[in-house]
Design a protein around this ligand. Structure first.
Ligand code: GDP
Ligand code: MG
Length: 265
């Protein structure tokens, strides 16, 4: 599968939908398990975007991989956000699938490449070859299944083998909130919060069925990856002076580590 990220390809895409415009940093789900609880975007990011708007057309893409046990709800989570619908009938994901969702953050075009991976053991090898170069890892578990949370750590370890721990943002997402009883939800959330603190991930609880929290969650992912990309671009350009004009480029091409051979296949 080839992913087109060139400026000519992006400019051929339709304009960003009105409901994908982000002008403020969206709130975290829980202040106790957030990557940061700042009120707004970093001032340097805001300043760079303001200059960018007045300057040349640019774009930015973040690769996001979604991992977790089979049938926890990864595909439904992505479909609910990208297609606005809930798929009741289970269709196993073969290897990997991929959706591109376009945003405008602080006036700058930005896209998330959402890589939906298979949770089944026999597809794990194929899926893991797509883990490389992620800016964010979303580890999904089922809020009505304690077992799926217990496996979250292993999923994260596998995904991290292919990535640079210092530059990747982690999210731990409990799905099927609509199915969990209040008692089970309270118990599993306590454990999930503990784990997210330990692995330095941001915790979210959502439901693809009702849509509860799904849009807020992906807006947060888009905003935090965008902010991280712009900050690292500013750092790379060797300047944090807000007066400097920077060009926000496709960081998926520059942040790739040398290709590692997968441990399997
Ligand atoms: P994946 O293997 O992790 O991609 O899981 P899927 O997204 O394919 O979902 C597995 C099953 O869980 C399907 O039958 C979905 O209809 C169901 N499911 C997914 N998300 C939810 C949710 O939020 N609520 C409920 N009640 N069911 C869900
Ligand atoms: Mg799937």
């Amino acid at each position: 599968m080839r992913v087109c990220t060139s400026i000519s390809c992006i400019s051929m895409l339709p304009p960003v939908k009105k409901d994908r415009v982000i002008t403020q940093l969206p709130k975290c789900f829980s202040a106790n398990a957030a990557l940061h609880t700042k009120e707004g975007f970093h001032p340097h990011v805001k300043a760079a975007c303001q200059l960018q708007k007045a300057d040349t057309v640019s774009f930015n893409v973040a690769k996001v991989i979604v991992v977790g046990d089979v049938a926890v709800g990864k595909t439904c989570l992505i479909s609910r956000f990208c297609k606005g619908a809930f798929e009741k009938n289970y269709k196993a994901t073969i290897g990997v699938d991929f959706e591109m969702e376009r945003f405008e953050v602080l006036g700058v075009p930005f896209s998330l490449q959402l890589w939906d991976t298979a949770g089944q053991e026999r597809f794990k090898c194929i899926a893991s070859t797509y883990y490389r170069g992620a800016q964010a890892i979303i580890v999904v578990f089922d809020l009505s299944s304690v077992g799926s949370l217990a496996h979250a750590r292993q999923w994260l370890e596998d995904a991290m083998k292919e990535n640079d721990p210092s530059s990747v943002l982690l999210f731990l997402v409990g799905t099927k909130k609509d199915l969990s009883s209040p008692d089970l939800l309270a118990q599993i959330e306590q454990e999930a919060m503990r784990l997210s603190e330990e692995i330095k991930a941001e915790y979210w609880a959502v439901s693809a069925k009702s849509g509860d929290g799904v849009k807020d969650f992906f807006f947060r992912v888009a905003s935090l990856t965008f902010e991280a990309n712009v900050l690292s671009e500013l750092e790379r350009s060797g300047s944090r002076h807000v007066g400097d004009i920077i060009r926000i480029t496709d960081s998926t091409e520059t942040s790739h580590k040398p290709k590692k051979k997968p441990n399997c296949c």
